[in-house]
Write a protein that binds this ligand. Structure first.
Ligand SMILES: *Cc1c(COP(=O)(O)O)cnc(C)c1O
Length: 455
């Protein structure tokens, strides 16, 4: 076999063109064969089909680019939970925008690595500009806002806790019961005491006040702007006031709700966000980016100093002194994808107004689903949505029946719904992120749930 062509340089695009045609056809055909949000038949059927397509995984003699791309991309597309289908609405699992995926292809082809300037001269400059701009959206009053690019909310929360620990030696984390599980894992990973959990639907300021009064030593409150289970936003300004009064620091996990900043109509819901020492954002949720697209924003670049690190081959002091930008302190990772390119392309292509309109449309879709549920006596709505999450269940159903409805729809490949426990009961969770979902799609979703409800 001849040496396979490379993706870069002037010859790369011509090598890519016919391969991309194969990939695009396989994506189309796989989705068409699936014909719904999820392959039918559950894990056993998917496993059997995948085995058939993937074996042998490492043949002695390769099958060639065309065959391998065609068969594996087709099989994975067929067997995917596809968030571009409006009935795939379980998780904060976003349908990526085509333009962002196209940009990501360029990122892969160029393969900049963000750990040193000599591997990413332009991409590192772009990252600096975009992170400064996004951080300034969070912290319009500075003093010198900056953001790190991460793999998502989990890594951002870890970094937020790490930076607080580095400021104080150790910190006691205090968070609401609805805080993301990654906050607890980050505390464990960083050798911090187990977080103190304050009971919450949203973090209750009175209960937080009490907890902060009882605790001593350096404290870090973690508030959430958009919980994963319900989309609720903690009362950020009141929490920031309490933190000030008690001398506690504040990290806000806005992995879900952060992009409300782009919406003139909705950004007021995030009032108080800029009073946090650090803020987690995740553009692979309400930002329609392919994974990964996380950020950790801070009001002052100087707060990032504890991440500074030197490795002679990447950022020797004499290189830095001679003017080569030092990038290693912008992540705990070394080799790092230029995830900033797809983000930059999206921000520029849509603008603040375009992104805000997508956020608004998505939140309006959730309100519409809530309306349909409220009007339907056979269904019970948990609450009006804050963001784009709607919890509901069949009226009078048990938790077991509610859980079974979700599994039935998964097994049939007809709808992908999540689940959440709230007020001691189990609810079906629709996390709506698809800006193309229509009222007809929402009515279908409700019909499917009703059709799977035992009588
Ligand atoms: C999704 C989510 C996270 C974790 O983000 P990943 O991108 O999955 O790592 C953290 N916090 C909240 C509130 C989330 O919704």
């Amino acid at each position: 076999m001849s040496t396979p062509p490379l993706a870069g340089g002037t010859t790369g695009p011509d090598a890519l063109r016919p391969l991309l045609a194969v990939v695009l056809d396989a994506l189309h055909d796989g989705a068409a064969d699936r014909g719904g949000p999820l392959p039918a038949g559950g894990p056993d059927a998917v496993a059997a089909r995948m085995r058939q397509a993937a074996e042998p995984v490492l043949p002695d003699t390769g099958t060639g680019a065309g065959e391998a791309l065609r068969s594996l991309v087709h099989a994975v597309a067929y067997g995917s939970a596809d968030p571009a289908d409006p009935l795939c609405a379980a998780h904060l699992h976003t349908p990526p925008l085509a333009l962002a995926v196209a940009a990501d292809l360029a990122a892969s082809a160029l393969n900049a690595s963000m750990d040193s300037w000599d591997q990413a001269p332009a991409a590192s400059e772009l990252e600096a500009a975009v992170t400064r701009t996004l951080a300034a959206e969070v912290y319009p009053h500075g003093p010198d806002p900056d953001a790190l690019v991460t793999t998502g909310g989990t890594e951002s929360n870890q970094l937020g806790l790490l930076l607080a620990r580095e400021r104080h030696g150790s910190v006691q984390v205090v968070c609401g019961a609805g805080a993301h599980h990654s906050v607890h894992r980050a505390a464990w990973l960083l050798g911090l005491p187990e977080p103190v959990t304050v009971p919450s639907g949203v973090l209750d300021p009175a209960a937080l006040d009490e907890a902060l009064t009882d605790l001593s030593g350096p404290l870090l409150v973690v508030a959430t702007a958009g919980t994963t289970d319900t989309g609720r936003i903690d009362p950020l300004s009141e929490i920031a006031d309490l933190c000030e009064r008690h001398g506690a620091e504040l990290h806000i996990d806005a992995a879900y709700g952060g992009p409300l900043l782009f919406s003139a109509e909705r950004r007021g819901k995030l009032a108080g966000l800029d009073r946090a020492h650090s803020v987690t954002l995740d553009l692979h949720k309400l930002g329609w980016q392919p994974v990964a697209a996380g950020l950790l924003a801070v009001p002052d670049r100087a707060h990032l100093a504890p991440l500074g690190h030197t490795a002679d081959y990447l950022n020797a002091d004499d290189d830095t002194e001679a003017g080569l930008p030092d990038l290693l302190g912008r992540s705990l990772r070394t080799t790092r994808r230029p995830d900033i390119l797809k983000i930059a392309v999206t921000l520029r292509a849509l603008g603040r107004t375009g992104l805000g309109a997508l956020v608004d449309r998505t939140c309006a879709t959730a309100r519409l689903l809530a309306d349909l549920i409220e009007k339907n006596p056979r269904l019970e709505l948990y609450e009006r949505p804050t963001l784009s999450t709607v919890l509901f269940r069949p009226t009078g159903a048990t938790d077991e029946q509610t859980a079974a409805i979700r599994r039935t729809l998964l097994a049939e490949g007809r709808a992908v719904l999540g689940r959440a426990r709230a007020d001691g009961r189990l609810w079906l969770k629709a996390t709506l992120l698809n800006p193309h979902a229509t009222p007809r799609d929402l009515a279908n979703l409700i019909e499917l749930v009703e059709g799977s409800t035992p009588r």
